[in-house]
Write a protein that binds this ligand. Structure first.
Ligand code: DC
Length: 221
């Protein structure tokens, strides 16, 4: 089986690039952030203390996640409900980052994620795919961009969706999430030693896509 692991901070363009790369290569795209987001959403709905590992552990047996590809689009189901849109909210992203710090939550998702890579060729994106989930991945890419470049891209997305956007707030959220994701004890965000670094701060989408395609072709071709 071929596996491509793409890790990096939020807003670096992982999911948009990963989706298109997976389509072109004919691999299954696995968005692991969506899994953490769904658990974060469940915690928010239950009004649980997301910082409390024991409280989150209690919720896990009541969480069932499923991923499906419908007409080429990825959908995630939380206990049968399609939450693909709902989990994109800013506050759900923050909740995901909080619950992702707990070892019990990471353990809960580990088996699911590894199992998917055993059955099919996958392109999996997240924070710890190359370091923890698939240490033997065929290709490992660490995709990043400066916080400012990521904040500008996020602003553009929010404006296009007609949602209120404040650059300073967006930048602050990105910095906070980077801090949380890189400083947690369990599986922090970091570049695997054998990962190829791709910095897209100065690249547009097509240029970033071409760069990643080249890296994958060199390693998996
Ligand atoms: O990639 P994303 O923004 O959808 O991820 C949401 C949060 O989930 C992110 O802040 C950190 C966490 N996450 C993680 O800890 N490990 C992963 N493999 C994927 C996401």
């Amino acid at each position: 089986m071929i596996s491509v692991a793409i890790d990096g901070p939020s807003g670096a363009g992982k999911s948009t690039l990963a989706k298109r790369l997976a389509k072109e290569l004919g691999y299954i795209y696995v968005d692991t952030g969506a899994m953490y987001r769904s658990i974060g959403l469940f915690g928010l709905r239950e009004k649980a203390d997301l910082q409390d590992a024991a409280a989150m552990q209690q919720l896990l047996p009541r969480i069932h996640l499923e991923l499906a590809s419908i007409d080429g689009a990825q959908h995630i189901y939380l206990n049968g409900e399609d939450v693909s849109e709902t989990i994109r909210q800013e506050q759900v992203g923050m909740a995901a980052s909080a619950v992702a710090a707990h070892p019990c939550v990471r353990e809960f998702l580990l088996g699911l994620q590894r199992g998917m890579a055993e059955k099919q060729n996958v392109l999996m994106d997240g924070r710890d795919i190359g370091t923890v989930i698939l240490p033997k991945a065929t290709v490992k890419i660490f995709l990043t961009a400066s916080p400012e470049a990521r904040a500008q891209r996020r602003m553009k997305e929010l404006v296009e969706k007609g949602q209120p956007a404040d650059y300073e707030k967006v930048l602050e959220d990105i910095r906070q999430r980077d801090y949380q994701d890189t400083h947690r004890k369990t599986a922090p965000l970091r570049q695997a030693e054998d990962a190829v670094l791709a910095d897209t701060s100065e690249l547009d989408f097509e240029e970033s896509f071409a760069l990643l395609k080249k890296i994958i072709a060199e390693k998996a071709g």
